[in-house]
Design a protein around this ligand. Structure first.
Ligand code: ARG
Length: 459
């Protein structure tokens, strides 16, 4: 097949070069963005009388047919045509002859591909935002059910203070909200039209870039043609947002994996979202959570790989930039499937409430509250800390929890105690007295759930 740029060449490209150079195997994903970008360009060329308006109409209607045919699976792309841009143009020319060759007037593949990628990243950022929103809704629904489910909160993976399962879930809601905001920022960063930048220095044709931006739904037009063709920050922004989202999913997965162990047994995954072992008949494995945790590394790789690709590229376009696509596609595919599967896994898991409460009761998680009781009865906090430390030491030795100690035992470490201490260290009281914004008290968590439902509605 004759190359579109073949004029100054006397020899055919080696087949290996065709293979190595071509991106059609993966950039055919951009067919829709490419065709829509071309339609907007052709319309503007006609409107500006850069090409005959009748010819512009023919190009547009043929491009629409091509789009339909691609979607119906009727089009076969060719490696010799390198990429989606030249494939579409070649099909157009095949169908309408010479007129098709006018589409590329005042345009370069450099500003074309930058436009396609921006349109694509705008689309996927919205798509991912939708998946994040479904995940958050699932967590809010689950949080609604568990505002009274006491569990131990941990630091250093040691039982620290009692909280509720709701409160724990709502921490992840905050993370995923930030992820949604980041995806919205990705959209905003992609929302500038580079078309019109030409190969690097715009063009001598009187292009109306603003009308193209309007048709394609871009908020602005790029102000420097060199940056227009060589900026891939928006891809990096997407990859970064994807990597942080995976980091959050991975932390959550790690907790679920722990919670599924017989040692914790805080949750039981649904059979439909677990797997077995080929040798050990008793096994039920949290493979989904493990895979999400594992795939996080892969998305970090997408980000770091492409950041590295970009770091040494002089202005303006260089072919290295073709390497933007696979990491973006891979990260998109990975975070989509992870978000969808993870959401379903969480939606169907059983929460073992009684086990959680028992764990909270067993680990002295109310020791801070006992110290606070002393403070409220006139003991300086440091001294209170010391007294309760001694009490814990004693209780450990006698295999008792704080609420199992007698008042006489309390008095053995401090005469200040009276029997209101038992009320103060009741786990429900411990949780519900933490009743300031951000706290685990039922009242606060319910407010946070309502606030976040409203936040999602506004999004
Ligand atoms: N397939 C190319 C890419 O994705 C399109 C731009 C090619 N431009 C060029 N001057 N060779 O980057």
């Amino acid at each position: 097949m004759k190359k579109m740029w073949g004029g100054r060449f006397s020899k055919k490209t080696d087949l290996l070069t065709d293979d190595f150079n071509s991106s059609i195997s993966f950039d055919q994903r951009l067919y829709k963005q490419d065709v829509l970008g071309s339609i907007a360009h052709a319309r503007m060329l006609g409107k500006q009388n850069i090409i005959d308006p009748k010819e512009s109409e023919l190009i547009i209607s043929t491009l629409l047919d091509i789009l339909e045919d691609i979607e119906a699976g009727k089009v076969e792309f060719s490696v010799a045509m390198e990429d989606i841009h030249m494939n579409v143009e070649a099909i157009l020319t095949e169908r309408i002859g010479e007129v098709g060759k006018k589409l590329h007037t005042g345009r370069s593949r450099n500003d074309q591909v930058a436009t396609d990628m921006r349109l694509y990243v705008k689309d996927i950022s919205q798509d991912i935002k939708g998946l994040m929103s479904e995940l958050i809704t699932t967590l809010l629904d689950l949080a609604d059910e568990h505002t009274k489910t006491i569990m131990p909160g941990y630091t250093h993976l040691q039982r620290a203070q009692p909280i509720t399962f709701s409160h724990h879930l709502m921490a992840y809601v905050e993370m995923f909200k930030r992820d949604m905001i980041r995806m919205q920022q990705v959209y905003a960063m992609s929302d500038t039209l580079p078309l019109g930048s030409g190969a690097l220095a715009t063009t001598t044709y009187p292009l109306d870039r603003e009308s193209v931006a309007l048709e394609l739904g871009f908020a602005a037009v790029s102000l420097n043609s060199l940056d227009g063709v060589s900026d891939r920050d928006f891809c990096i922004d997407f990859l970064e947002a994807a990597a942080v989202f995976m980091m959050h999913l991975s932390r959550f997965s790690e907790e679920i994996i722990l919670w599924c162990t017989s040692e914790f047994n805080f949750v039981t995954l649904d059979d439909a979202f677990s797997t077995g072992s080929s040798i050990m008949p008793q096994k039920k494995n949290p493979d989904i959570a493990e895979l999400v945790r594992g795939k996080t590394g892969r998305v970090y790789g997408d980000l770091l790989g492409f950041l590295t690709t970009m770091k040494g590229i002089p202005l303006a376009y260089n072919k290295d930039m073709q390497e933007d696509k696979e990491p973006v596609f891979d990260a998109y595919d990975t975070i989509s499937i992870c978000a969808i599967t993870f959401t379903k896994m969480v939606k169907t898991m059983t929460v073992n409430k009684a086990v959680m409460v028992k764990a909270a009761a067993g680990g002295f998680s109310n020791a801070t509250d006992a110290a606070d009781w002393l403070v409220k009865h006139g003991v300086a906090f440091r001294n209170a800390h010391e007294i309760i430390g001694k009490l814990v030491f004693y209780a450990l030795d006698h295999q008792k929890s704080l609420d199992e100690l007698t008042l006489a035992e309390y008095h053995s470490v401090s005469p200040v105690f009276d029997d209101t201490i038992y009320q103060a260290i009741d786990l429900n009281v411990c949780v519900n007295q933490r009743n300031i914004i951000g706290g685990p008290a039922e009242e606060q968590v319910k407010k946070a759930i309502a606030f976040n439902r409203e936040w999602l509605n506004q999004c």
